[in-house]
Design a protein around this ligand. Structure first.
Ligand SMILES: [Zn+2]
Length: 480
């Protein structure tokens, strides 16, 4: 079994920072501390002056997604190469069955596509329709396939939108299975109405995209999803929270004892809606994603949400469409494939705009980029953690190195980066995935297929808290 020694670095976890060597054997961390007795044939990496953190986990990517009449450019090979080059060792992608399609058929289809992954991966499964067979297949996915989270799109009417009846049925089923429902919170009826209205008024360019999805559209859906979960006693996770309204909804629910989690994208923290005013159509269209980039004051609310612990995870919604694909919506913004890249840049952007600008600490950075996601989706302490027995998924960060983000040098297949030109002070220099060097000296060392599928068992620890509260609040019949 191969051994890897990381010598002389400072370990940074979500709760502490300390100097120690790390010995990895196979795909596990086997020793921490001042290591002087070395196994034979050990490969040594000198990490003097560098930081060693748990490998990043991006809980929201869409590699190779068939969407809006085309397929996302980054597949599980190029997308996970980009992830590793940015210090991310695990992605949680989405199986999205078509309405009426078997969940299991879709799941196996995505598993097949993901065989070429370089990094580790696992899947949320979307609930896009409902009947008894869907409920039964949710049982099977949780019991036999390591799925513990189900996604619901409250937008995309006439396609994959989950209406309230589906939310109620599916959240109830999630609760029964010890899984967590997640939601894309945007009111699909309002989006549909506004898209048609804007087009009829001649507003066909990308600048109409944010107008079709104002912040109230997200605020309404966030409140509705949270209220439904609260009524049923289910936990809930909101993906890509982008507005002050949604942050407020989560905070209010948490203050009232509800188990609610919020995710924020690196893009929403740093890019604002002025991008849609760009006179160059292709540049404006390259930023079309949902929810859209927002007026600046929402960014302040998102950062405060991050600092307060209202938002616990950071993601990218990496769904890469090239200029040619975006041009499908040349005459109608509603037909521009929704999505931007970012899986490679997420941690660097959070480091630069969060840690370097003094908004978050290094330990909070680790929590936000890895540990919290591992906990919520029940991969902790194998992932998101540096301790003996944990998986050897690590990133060695050089706080003294610098880099300028550019589409010219990124690993995504598309020709645009929403973070173009951003200067980063502190970069992921070496990424270790499954105990092996995956990214080192600016070179990818993994092969397609080296990534492992991660089983995520049901009943994450917060389920015990939910169980206790349910017991405490159990209704009692009046004895007459
Ligand atoms: Zn998404």
């Amino acid at each position: 079994m191969s051994s890897l020694l990381i010598k002389g670095g400072t370990i940074v976890t979500h709760e502490e920072s300390f100097k120690a060597d790390i010995l990895c054997k196979g795909n596990k961390i086997v020793e921490l501390g001042d290591i002087s007795v070395l196994p034979k044939d050990v490969e040594t990496i000198d990490a003097t002056g560098k930081l060693i953190m748990p490998g990043g986990i991006d809980p929201h990517t869409h590699m190779q997604l068939p969407f809006m009449g085309t397929v996302a450019k980054d597949d599980f090979a190029s997308g996970t190469v980009a992830a590793l080059a940015g210090g991310t060792t695990t992605i949680i992608d989405f199986v999205i069955p078509n309405p009426q399609q078997s969940l299991l058929d879709a799941y196996h289809q995505w598993r097949d596509w993901a065989k070429k992954a370089h990094s580790n991966y696992t899947f949320h499964v979307a609930i896009t329709w409902w009947d008894d067979t869907v409920a039964e297949e949710m049982n099977i996915l949780v019991r036999d396939h390591g799925v513990n989270s189900f996604k619901h799109f409250m937008a995309y009417k006439n396609a994959i939108m989950a209406t309230d009846d589906i939310l109620v049925s599916s959240f109830t089923k999630c609760l029964e299975l010890g899984a967590i429902p997640t939601v894309h919170a945007e009111n699909g009826e309002l989006v549909y109405h506004l898209q048609n209205k804007l087009i009829s008024e001649g507003m066909t360019g990308p600048e109409a995209h944010p107008l079709s999805r104002p912040s109230s559209v997200e605020g309404e859906a966030a409140n509705r999803a949270i209220s439904i979960a609260n009524t049923l006693g289910a936990p809930i996770y909101l993906v890509h929270v982008s507005t002050e309204e949604a942050v407020d909804a989560i905070r209010y629910a948490k203050d009232h004892g509800q188990t609610v989690f919020g995710e924020v994208l690196a893009g929403h923290l740093t890019v604002d809606e002025s991008v849609y005013q760009n006179p160059d159509w292709a540049t404006a269209a390259a930023h079309v994603m949902s929810p859209p980039f927002r007026p600046k004051h929402h960014q302040d609310a998102l950062w405060k949400g991050v600092q307060a612990g209202t938002l616990q995870t950071t993601a990218t919604d990496h769904c890469a469409f090239c200029a040619e694909q975006k041009a499908m919506g040349k005459d109608n913004f509603a037909q521009i494939p929704n999505g931007t890249a970012g899986v490679e840049e997420r941690m660097m952007v959070l480091w630069e705009k969060g840690v370097n600008e003094g908004k978050i600490t290094m330990n909070e950075f680790v929590a936000l980029t890895s540990t919290n996601t591992a906990k919520i989706f029940n991969m902790y302490p194998n992932k998101g953690c540096i301790r003996v027995g944990a998986d050897a998924d690590l990133v060695i960060w050089n706080p003294a190195a610098t880099k300028t983000i550019s589409a010219k040098t990124h690993h995504s297949k598309i020709e645009h980066s929403i973070f173009e030109g951003m200067e980063i002070h502190g970069v992921p220099e070496t990424t270790i995935c499954n105990g092996k060097l995956a990214w080192h000296d600016n070179v990818i060392l993994t092969k397609s297929g080296d990534g492992k599928y991660i089983d995520r068992p049901a009943y994450a620890p917060y389920y015990e808290a939910l169980r206790k509260r349910k017991e405490l609040n159990k209704p009692k019949a009046v004895v007459r």
